[in-house]
Ligand binder design. Sequence first.
Ligand SMILES: Nc1ncnc2c1ncn2[C@@H]1O[C@H](COP(=O)(O)OP(=O)(O)O)[C@@H](O)[C@H]1O
Ligand SMILES: [Mg+2]
Length: 275
Amino acid sequence: MSIHLQPLSGPLSVPIPTGVEEGEAISFRNIGVSYADARGEPVAAIAGLDLQIEPGTFVSIVGPSGCGKSTLLRVLAGLVTPVTGEALIGGQPAAGTARRLGFMFQRDTLLPWATVADNIRVGTDLAGLAPAAARARLAELVEFIRLQGFENHRPHQLSGGMRQRVSLGRLLAYEPDIYLMDEPFGALDSQTKSAMGRELLRIWAKFRRTVIFVTHDIEEAVTLSDRVVVMAARPGRIVLDQRIDLPRPRDARTLRKDPKYRDLVDVIWQHIETP
Ligand SMILES: Nc1ncnc2c1ncn2[C@@H]1O[C@H](COP(=O)(O)OP(=O)(O)O)[C@@H](O)[C@H]1O
Ligand SMILES: [Mg+2]
């Protein structure tokens, strides 16, 4: 399949007005986050967390429920203000750079009444593209996410995997530098999940954006990532930062037989807290 995504792979015809350049490092420095509990007392959700992510890296975050994975993404997006430390993108406070972040969640956030095309158009609108450029990009994206013929379908007429493809299309439409993915394939059956993993790797190999991918699935994390960061709870902190130096391109089925892959999965399991 030939893919012509010139506006996405090259410079934008209509630049997004933001101070942040492509490909900047992310640093979390001494991040502490507190939430109020039911009695209004502060509870440390994350404490003393340091994490540095080089541009273009695919990093997964794993750890038990409640260890602060989603909170960490929210800090980067400026949706939660840490009580200690700071999150930086390219040395600048991350909170002011939300335009460059692309979010994807377990439950799609598509507009239920809007067609596939209109949902992706939300992304081209965010990118501020002129109508002709927006139309061209929309057509490229629909082809890229393999949903030709479904442009006029609404989310309820699509499978879970197809809805997440639309979410990916919308995310790609506004060309974020950083993809924040919070268990994006967590609700899919295992076959669809691995197909979506392949799609994501194809996208990542093409655009080389930074990905922070939260998942409960350790094998998925190892298959996709350059690094897997393991968090533990109370307070949320990092207990392992594991490099995944398996060669790419990767194929999930071949990997499963690779002893090095098995060892990596095993090491990560050993660091996961069991309640
Ligand atoms: N808005 C909130 N108010 C109070 N407590 C919260 C809020 N959001 C998260 N928490 C608490 O902070 C901790 C971390 O939550 P979260 O980041 O959602 O964890 P994870 O994504 O790893 O499951 C949990 O103990 C959770 O109950
Ligand atoms: Mg979460």
